[in-house]
Ligand binder design. Structure first.
Ligand SMILES: [Zn+2]
Length: 569
């Protein structure tokens, strides 16, 4: 059956869709280049929503009921294409680009045609909370990393996936700012660490796999992306991006392996970074740093001792890396770069007065685990003055001081007024560990936060108090909040009150349609909770199923697990 076509107007610049409800023109309209089908995975019926980048056809093949969602879901594609062209220094190398809805899977690109699960389709109301741009960026990046240059064997899968995953970050940081970029990198670190700590470690580049699918894991995607981030910091932006451009130009339309990339680094920078690639690509694991720092008043120095405590028996090497140490004073930060070369290192930095706090790895560059004890004063200073990731770390560590009024006040202040929403959310999670009587009022205030992820976190924290008295508060939040994320959390919280009086209301919501059935699922979970006192294994929330940033289930500071959920390749 021929697809119908919508042509989306671009009244306000490239890739911008203000009005997806535009005119229908008669079929047949789509003429695939060279007669290929759009995607081997696709099955109709489809509506083709047409877009362009320069003169290039950019088409979104969606199911008829999703036409209005094509713009909010895919509309940034031309904009992202322009971003990657500039970044990689090579124009999009193909004659068209199609993205095609399919019923299952995550994203699967083949040259110039990407199959995308229709579960990513999002309407304009929910676009900010459930943005698909990261997966759109990832699959588009493969048209350089995977298609323009193609790995010669599965051992080198990172050349496809680490670069596409790092490209998600590069786009996010450029588009949404450095805090969002830092959060993106932190999520990638935690995705990798979950796999490394609960399943296995392996070299990123290895011939030892049973099935090619074994290579599509937390090492190839997020760890490799973080390795590229370290390489970029080591080389500097100019040399790093010059290397990418050189590599792509040199090997265009040819198969490549890891050595080709290492040679490109050498050709562009003159540096032999065999040690870097050996430790990060050909050896497993990551460094686990034990750091101790103190100011010695008599000598006016900060002494820092750094030990590496990873499991060397598994083949993890002693890591060799430059790292930036930050000494934070009321008047600003003093940064010192040192090289870590041995299992035990000791450094001293001149400091006329005691720093407010000391930071190992300013910029959060290294892929690492870190244990760096600091006292309460230092943590409170860090919570105020560090970057977003450092503030999240400080909030998490302060939650271990649950008997301290000062610590509680600092975390409350952060939960209610930190400039970055993800820090506020982490501080709300930290508040769960303080005595309940002291945190009720701030958590209720946080339910009015400007950011829906923060509101949802506050409602979840309040819900877990299982306080019957809060029932009317949750009902009010459900009525007044406009975000489905927060409303769903209010419903779940109602279920946790144990008050059967909410059952008729919840039944009504459970039966009503909502975006991705977020509200219906949440109401059903609440009903399950009210139906039996100890419901185990109630189905996970729809927000988790869909890999939203709103998922609050797994870790204090980071809540996303796109990998595995989406299975993007
Ligand atoms: Zn991929």
């Amino acid at each position: 059956m021929e697809p119908r076509e919508y042509i989306l107007p671009k009244p306000r610049g490239e890739g911008h869709f203000s009005d997806p409800g535009c005119s229908l023109t008669p079929p047949p309209v789509y003429a695939p280049l060279r007669g290929e089908t759009a995607s081997p995975h696709a099955a109709g019926p489809y509506v083709v929503v047409r877009d362009t980048y320069k003169t290039l056809p950019v088409n979104y093949w969606v199911y008829p009921q999703d036409v209005d969602k094509a713009g909010p879901t895919y509309g940034k594609t031309p904009h992202i294409m322009a971003f990657f062209e500039k970044l990689y220094g090579v124009d999009y190398p193909w004659q068209k680009y199609d993205q095609i809805s399919v019923v299952s899977g995550g994203g699967a690109e083949s040259t110039s045609a990407t199959a995308m699960t229709h579960n990513i389709m999002v309407d304009s109301k929910h676009e900010a909370e459930f943005s698909a741009e990261w997966i759109v960026a990832h699959e588009l990046a493969h048209h350089w990393w995977g298609d323009l240059v193609t790995l010669c064997s599965w051992a080198h899968t990172w050349i496809n996936e680490s670069f596409a995953t790092y490209s998600e970050y590069l786009y996010s940081a450029a588009e949404n700012g450095s805090d969002e970029g830092d959060l993106n990198l932190l999520q990638k670190l935690n995705q990798y660490l979950r796999e490394a700590k609960t399943r296995y470690i392996r070299p990123i580049v290895t011939e030892r796999y049973d099935q090619p699918g074994d290579m599509f894991d937390g090492h190839t995607y997020p760890k490799g992306a973080r390795v590229l981030h370290m390489l970029r910091n080591l080389l500097g932006d100019e040399a790093f991006f010059a290397t990418l451009r050189h590599f792509l130009a040199e090997h265009a339309f040819r198969p490549v392996d890891t050595n080709d990339f290492i040679n490109s680094v050498k050709e562009v920078t003159g540096q032999n970074l065999a040690w870097f690639f050996d430790q990060w690509l050909y050896k497993p694991g990551h460094p686990v740093f034990e750091v101790r720092s103190e100011w010695l008043a008599d000598r006016k120095v900060v002494r820092m001792q750094v030990s590496q405590a990873q499991d060397f028996a598994q083949g993890v090497p002693v890591h060799h890396m430059p790292v930036t140490i930050g000494l934070y004073f009321p008047q600003g930060r003093v940064s010192k770069q040192v090289w870590i070369r041995a299992k035990e290192e000791s450094f001293e930095f001149a400091a006329e007065s005691k720093p407010d706090f000391v930071r190992f790895d300013v910029g959060n560059v290294l892929l690492k685990e870190l244990n760096h004890p600091r006292d309460e004063d230092e943590l409170r200073a860090q919570l105020k003055a560090d970057d977003a990731v450092g503030r999240m770390e400080a909030a998490a560590l302060l939650s271990g001081l649950k008997d301290s009024d000062e610590a509680l006040r600092a975390v409350v202040d952060s939960a209610l007024s930190d400039p970055f929403w993800a820090v506020r959310r982490t501080s709300i999670e930290a508040l769960r560990r303080f005595p309940g009587g002291r945190t009720l009022a701030p958590l209720q205030r946080a339910c009015l936060d400007s950011n829906s992820f923060v509101r949802a976190a506050a409602l979840a924290a309040l819900g877990d108090r299982r306080d019957r008295e809060l029932g009317s508060f949750f009902r009010e939040r459900f009525e007044k909040d406009e975000s489905d994320l927060a409303m769903a959390e209010a419903l779940r919280a109602l279920g946790k009150t144990g008050d059967a009086g909410h059952i008729p209301f919840l039944k009504e919501i459970a039966a009503a349609p909502s975006f991705r059935n977020l509200l219906g699922n949440a109401a059903q979970q609440a009903l399950d909770l009210l139906g039996s006192a100890n419901v185990k294994g109630a189905k996970s929330s729809a927000t988790e199923d869909l890999g939203s940033r709103a998922s609050l289930s797994t870790s204090r500071s980071v809540s996303v697990s796109e990998l595995g959920v989406w299975g993007s390749r």
